[in-house]
Design a binder for this molecule. Structure first.
Ligand code: MRU
Length: 362
């Protein structure tokens, strides 16, 4: 098993961000060439690129694309104070932040890019700022690769020398990050030690990230995978077939409450009932140190058609009311540990997360 075999969600090629179209996987491998921040924003909304760290990095490259465009535009305007450049950059930041509300990595990355540009404002030309933003996006991607490795190593250490059967939800692998992934990265690392007996992958309705993406990634990596419908999870736990559940996160509050793909909360309740450890794996950039608890995490609601239409075919009455939240919040007391690049956090999470915050600000 090698991480190198993992799929690559995005790459920068001659001034363009190339995205692997995740809505077409696993049956078609198609790439989208994004030459403007608007196209990247569209791709994030449509889930052509998805997963908290990946949308953060894509948004960072989108800010670099916006800066390229703004630098060109500013030249045609010929104003001394570069207002045209800044207007475009700020409007790109607003548009990108509004694409998806739940994963904090997105607004975190956009804010990081804006702050870097503002800090360099006095000393740099618009072209210089555009080059700087491209470099910072590269740095973010490189950092995510390092962070993935550390999360994988920290997580694998928990399960050392044990034959493991995992259950996971949604997709937290290479497609969702810049490298091997978060929760899936841990599973892959345990697999590299020859200790993964099986991974139950929830299909993850309504958009099937588990069936289409995780099952595909694990099969490519040669890790034993069993696809189940979401409502089979409790039954495989009851039968003693699951040693641990590992999921990713889109936003983690100060007390450890965790927003992740809809269905995660039900899994945590089931794991508690069956006395199965329930781990969250996420980078420090997924923590929202400003929120005391999960109650204030914004939850994205998506179109009813994601539920009423399957593969282009309507499966429910036309006028039925639909509730389609993309995420739910798992209360911290259902979580055994949070695996980060800085180590594995254990309850009480408030103290561990406060320490993480101090470290990240140092
Ligand atoms: O709607 P998605 O596919 O972007 O949701 C993704 C998830 O919920 C993942 O578990 C989370 O972003 C972590 S990805 C490392």
């Amino acid at each position: 098993v090698t991480a190198a075999a993992a799929a690559e969600a995005m790459r920068w090629e001659n001034g363009v961000l190339v995205l692997l179209d995740q809505t077409k996987l696993p049956t078609q491998i198609e790439y989208i060439r994004c030459d403007s921040f608007r196209r990247v924003a569209e791709a994030i909304k449509r889930l052509e690129v998805r997963g908290a760290p990946a949308i953060g990095i894509a948004a960072a490259y989108a800010m670099a694309l916006a800066a390229q465009e703004a630098a060109l535009f500013a030249k045609t305007k010929n104003t001394k104070d570069n207002d045209a450049f800044w207007d475009l950059l700020y409007s790109a930041a607003r548009e990108l932040k509004s694409t998806r509300p739940t994963a904090v990595n997105l607004s975190w990355a956009v804010t990081k890019m804006l702050t870097a540009a503002e800090t360099a404002k006095a000393a740099a030309t618009p072209d210089g700022l555009a080059a700087l933003l491209k470099k910072i996006a590269d740095d973010l991607a490189a950092t995510d690769r390092e962070v993935n490795k550390k999360i994988a190593a920290n997580g694998a250490a928990i399960f050392r020398n044990r034959k493991m059967s995992f259950l996971t939800h949604c997709n937290t692998g290479a497609l969702a990050t810049a490298a091997v992934g978060t929760a899936l990265g841990v599973i892959v690392a345990v697999g590299e030690q020859g200790n993964v007996v099986n991974v139950f992958v929830d299909e993850t309705r309504p958009l099937l990230q588990g069936a289409r993406l995780t099952a595909w990634e694990l099969s490519q990596l040669g890790i034993p995978v069993t696809l189940i419908t979401d409502n089979t999870a409790g039954w495989v736990m009851k039968q003693g077939k699951v040693d641990a559940v590992i999921v990713g996160a889109d936003r983690i509050a100060q007390n450890g409450d965790t927003a992740n793909k809809i269905g995660t909360y039900s899994l945590a309740v089931l794991a508690m009932e069956h006395k199965i450890p329930f781990y969250v794996a996420a980078p420090v950039s997924t923590f929202d140190f400003s929120l005391p608890s999960g109650g204030s995490i914004p939850i994205e609601e998506r179109a009813p058609e994601e539920v009423t239409v399957l593969n282009g075919k309507r499966i429910a009455p036309c006028d039925v009311r639909v509730y389609n939240p993309a995420f739910d919040i798992t209360p911290h007391d259902l979580i055994t540990g949070i695996i980060t690049e800085e180590g594995v956090l254990s309850p009480p999470f408030s103290a561990a997360i406060a320490q993480l915050k101090r470290k990240s600000e140092a």
